[in-house]
Design a binder for this molecule. Structure first.
Ligand code: BDP
Length: 689
């Protein structure tokens, strides 16, 4: 098979000199090693050797080799790699199996290091893994890594509109410059693909689930084809969010009824047209009959009938990803119950190339929700997990909230149906709502890059711990100095719980400002749709607070497996983190801590605020390890978070007091402003709306 051996990497002198650190390089900085680690790399003197396979295109291998050359040169301070034949070889020995999922080995041997695997992507992923290890200071002489993706589909969902606005985007405008495509391909599109490939992300839905029909027009297919061509060597397939009513809007048909032959023919033709331009097009992502989007129910058809019609159009070439995020204002039942109620009867009814994409919790990406009861309850349906990387409900881009612990909590949850959530979705995949934007640092803040990184790493291997991921990210992104990593990682690990505590402690949810979702607004009770009101969720009055989801209330508990429901049904026994999600209790309800519920609630708010103060203090002490530009940027965000955490606490407590008439426990800091003040605040221009 082997036709030749090529040495790539003669031009190492071209490594760019150190630039101002603006975060653009993400975790791929490969900052020069120092001390012993540098010495080891110098002695090792790696050069990259690529085996070229007869008749095969090798753009992926060429990228792998280039990444290694660049990365090694940067790690070695620009001087280490040798193209002269001396030193150790890094051999890229990957097969050409197109079905290879990207599994790889990275092994040190007598000659150097061999990166191998069945397909070309093995070498790309292996190259990134090697750089990840070396960037953390690993010894190149003793590597023995075997890795394979746990899930086939590791996907980003962009809520980017073609006009450049990003729904729930807090990092500038969209990274996609549709207007100038296909002629102009921004370098950012390549750097984006690199970043994704380096963490194993292999699929991207490029446009908002609240989709416009015109992205299905020929001019957009041409634009998308250009992106698909650029990303293919990085192992990334493109998907489009499709508007269900497109046959009417674009095709001039009178209906979008999925059982109408003309509608079916329209979609089949559309799919053929796309595949003619993009032979490996991934498929359609669909939000239907949710929040006003069109869907099959407009014609009295089911989700399965709608999804299967699109699946038939795609045939074996692609996949329909049908979202389970549905709720209706015409449904009087608890919103948390609606998706389960609509989808469970359809188990087994979806075509083989349909995936149902389920948010981590039953309501909507809140700072903490119990896992979605659909996981494990649809054994004959392919279910995929949807997480939100952009922090719509966790402080936008300015609050430091490391989300891996939240996803870990969901993935590790035992569904009670004989599998954890991770085991349920492993045969299918995970999607994350992207947090990228046109900001130089991509994510709106340096620490939000960690969430993009962690999402990819967890989708590749959900058994990785949040801590390990934080350690590798921090070392690559800021400083591999153990003193830095040891200080910053605990701060990251505590950060999500801090947000839960100062925003929605003890199982509260959905208390944010209307529309833009910025800041606290538990007082909003009068919106037209009941389930848009924070009052609908907290149900606070003079007697108590919380949503009764036991049999005496909405009985959402019964949607969980009996073992799980039993565990959560007792307000005394339930983990307090979920107490007010499932139970309505009196303000004096005794908590395990020995405090009353009210005192506990106040303590949680204070603990959240206190944690943010500690984070700011920790970060102040780390200036020595971080370049001034990024250190300042993070400090500024932490200052915002400190003041907004207080705002959440004070606004919320003032409101609860107006309802329960209780004093704050002795020694507690009173709110800085009056409730009227908090209620009067208005932010029509908040980003991402
Ligand atoms: C909600 C967002 C909204 C999205 C919706 C969805 O506020 O912008 O369109 O989720 O997931 O959380 O469809």
């Amino acid at each position: 098979m082997t036709a030749g051996l090529a040495l790539i990497g003669a031009a190492l002198a071209l490594v760019p000199s150190a630039q101002a650190e603006d975060g653009y390089d993400l975790w791929l900085r490969h900052a020069p090693l120092e001390g012993e680690a540098l010495e080891r790399l110098r002695i090792f003197a790696p050069r990259v050797e690529v085996e070229l396979y007869r008749g095969d295109e090798t753009p992926t291998l060429a990228i792998a080799a280039r990444e290694l050359d660049l990365g090694l040169a940067k790690l070695g301070g620009g001087t280490v790699a040798s193209a002269s034949g001396a030193g150790s070889a890094i051999a890229l020995e990957c097969g050409s199996d197109p079905a290879g999922a990207g599994e790889y080995t990275v092994r040190s041997n007598a000659k150097g290091i061999a990166i191998g695997g069945p397909g070309q992507l093995s070498c790309l992923y292996g190259a990134y893994a090697l750089l990840r290890e070396l960037s953390q200071g690993a010894d190149p002489r003793s590597l023995d890594i075997v890795s394979a993706p746990a899930m086939p589909l590791r996907m980003l969902n962009h809520w980017d509109n073609p006009d450049g606005h990003v729904e729930r985007g807090y990092s500038g405008r969209s990274i996609f410059d549709w207007w100038h495509l296909p002629e102009r391909l921004d370098q950012r599109m390549i750097d984006y693909a690199r970043a994704n490939a380096s963490i194993g992300i292999n699929a991207v839905a490029v446009n908002n689930v609240n989709a416009t029909a015109y992205v299905l027009e020929p001019r957009y297919i041409e634009k998308l084809a250009r992106l698909a061509d650029a990303w293919r060597p990085y192992g990334i397939r493109v998907f489009l969010s499709a508007r269900f009513s497109a046959p009417r809007e674009l095709g001039g048909l009178e209906t979008a009824d999925p059982l109408d032959p003309a509608v079916r023919a329209w979609w089949a033709d559309k799919a053929d047209e796309i595949y003619a331009a993009i032979p490996d097009f991934g498929g359609f992502l669909v939000k239907a009959n949710s929040e006003g989007q069109p869907g099959p129910q407009d014609y009295g058809r089911t989700h399965a009938e709608g999804a299967n019609m699109l699946a038939e159009a795609l045939r074996e070439r692609g996949t329909v990803i049908w979202r389970a995020f549905v709720y209706s204002e015409h449904d009087e039942t608890d919103r948390a119950k609606q998706a389960y109620a609509e989808f469970i009867p359809l188990d087994g009814a979806f075509a083989d190339n349909v995936i149902v994409q389920v948010k981590n919790g039953p309501i909507d990406f809140q700072p903490r929700e119990p896992f979605h009861p659909m996981f494990g309850a649809m054994p004959d349906t392919r279910l995929m997990l949807e997480a939100q990387i952009t922090k719509e409900y966790l402080g936008f881009a300015s609050h430091l909230a490391y989300l891996a612990p939240m996803w870990e909590e969901v993935l590790d949850a035992d569904t009670g149906h004989g599998a954890t959530v991770a085991q349920v979705v492993a045969p299918v995949g995970m999607a994350g709502v992207a947090n990228t934007g046109s900001d130089r640092n991509w994510s709106g803040s340096d620490f939000d890059q960690a969430n993009w990184y962690a999402f990819g790493r967890l989708a590749w291997d959900p058994s990785l711990s949040s801590e390990q991921i934080a350690r590798e990210w921090a070392a690559q992104t800021f400083s591999r100095d153990p003193a830095f990593v040891d200080a910053v990682v605990p701060m990251m690990l505590a950060s999500r719980q801090a947000v839960v505590d100062y925003m929605t402690p003890l199982g509260l949810a959905h208390l944010m400002g209307t529309g833009h979702h910025y800041g606290p607004a538990p007082w909003v009770c009068e919106l037209e749709r009941p389930e848009w009101n924070p009052c609908y969720y907290h149900r606070a009055d003079a007697d108590g607070i919380g949503f009764d989801r036991t049999p005496s209330g909405s009985d959402a508990l019964s949607q969980y497996a009996p073992s799980v429901a039993a565990h959560w049904s007792d307000p005394e026994a339930i983990d307090p983190a979920y107490l007010l999600w499932f139970h309505r209790v009196g303000w004096n309800h005794p908590m395990r801590s020995g405090r009353s519920l009210w005192a506990e609630l106040v303590a949680r708010y204070d603990s959240g605020v206190g944690e943010v103060d500690r984070m700011a203090q920790t970060w102040r002490g780390l200036a020595h390890y971080v370049d001034p530009q990024r250190h300042r940027a993070v400090s500024a965000n932490l200052a915002i978070q400190q003041s907004e955490a207080r705002w959440w606490r004070d606004g919320s407590l003032s409101y609860w007091q107006s309802v329960n008439g209780l004093e704050l426990p002795a020694g507690t800091r009173p709110a800085a402003e009056s409730l009227d003040h908090y209620r009067s605040l208005s932010f029509p221009e908040a980003p991402g709306n």
